[in-house]
Write a protein that binds this ligand. Structure first.
Ligand SMILES: [Zn+2]
Length: 334
């Protein structure tokens, strides 16, 4: 037998105090080693020969008794684990099987053994208590985490519903400028706050807790949501234009509230469903230059990915930004 497979040999090699906590717990939760030892002892008393055989019942009669199969000796488990004083029961092992009963009783009554037995009992109790506490703590952590996930999911339905409502109604999320003192703080904020105010109390309380970290109505989050929607619409429109046979464009002039000259580009085509649609591609700043050349470059860049050279069949221009240059010049370039 390999001594590494004999727990008593392992304990003799490395004292229990130097084991890691997991190994200690595993060892104490296992049954003590109770191998059948090889005893071949004959005693002669007054011409009579007595054979001494190993009895497994010794392990049951003495709760602390354990054995090493490799060493073929008996040991005391509490003295092996707790004991500091070296004795035959925790060091060399007991194999005087002719006097085993007397020796077992003597060791059980020794003060060092009683101290070790009490120490081992306390150690087992502490390990169980710590394990129970860890398990309970872990269970509560998981429960708390799952409850938070549920609350987060329920809360997130509110901004999602606000986004869907504004999207379906084609309403703007917010104005170009947001003024904190303004009565109307933007459709998204107003709608979200209305949803929160009529949501269940636990959701309202949860939002108060997470608001410092996740303010659903913050400017940054609004802009991110708008960017996501814008990106999705752009991708949708681009796919439609790529699928269509021909398209025409309308370029219009528009001046914003700070008198910045900009032009809008709108594209018309028949989509794959056979429906004539008109899609807005965006506003483009033309305040730097409103020459036919600059406008041509702008429109050309915008439509390049749609293969406009073979698909563009109609152009419509309106507004001052174009009229300031020669209209015919731009149309001719396109
Ligand atoms: Zn002992």
């Amino acid at each position: 037998m390999n001594p590494l497979h004999d727990p008593i040999c392992v304990l003799l090699e490395t004292p229990f105090s130097r084991w890691n906590e997991d190994d200690k717990k595993d060892f104490l939760s296992c049954e003590k080693p109770m191998p059948l030892l090889n005893v071949n002892k004959t005693t002669k008393i007054k011409d009579k020969v007595y054979n001494r055989n190993f009895k497994l019942s010794w392990y049951l009669d003495f709760e602390w008794l354990c054995g090493s199969c490799y060493l073929n000796k008996l040991f005391c488990m509490p003295c092996l684990i707790i004991g500091v004083k070296s004795s035959v029961w925790n060091n060399s092992g007991f194999n005087d099987f002719g006097n085993v009963t007397r020796a077992l009783n003597k060791h059980e009554g020794s003060s060092e053994h009683i101290r070790c037995a009490l120490g081992l009992s306390r150690l087992r109790q502490n390990l169980n208590t710590i394990e129970d506490a860890l398990q309970e703590n872990s269970r509560l952590c998981i429960k708390h985490f799952n409850e938070n996930v549920q609350l987060n999911r329920r809360f997130m339905q509110l901004p999602i519903r606000a986004v869907l409502f504004l999207g379906k109604r084609e309403l703007a999320f917010r104005d170009h400028y947001e003024d904190a003192s303004s009565v109307n703080r933007g459709n998204f904020k107003e709608l979200l706050e209305a949803f929160i105010s009529i949501s269940p109390v636990d959701i309202q309380e949860h939002y108060k807790k997470i608001a410092p970290f996740f303010a659903a109505n913050s400017k940054t989050i609004q802009i991110e949501i708008i960017d996501c929607i814008s990106q999705y619409i752009d991708e949708y429109v681009e796919n439609e234009i790529k699928e269509c046979m021909f398209f025409s464009i309308q370029v219009d002039d528009s001046t914003d509230i700070v008198q910045k000259s900009q032009c809008s580009i709108i594209i018309r085509y028949v989509n794959s469903g056979g429906k004539l649609v008109e899609r807005f591609l965006g506003f483009y700043d033309v305040s730097a230059s409103r020459t036919a050349e600059a406008l041509f470059n702008l429109i050309s860049n915008c439509l390049e990915k749609f293969n406009y050279k073979s698909k563009l069949i109609g152009q419509c221009f309106d507004g001052a930004s174009v009229m300031t240059e020669e209209l015919n010049g731009l149309q001719a370039k396109n």
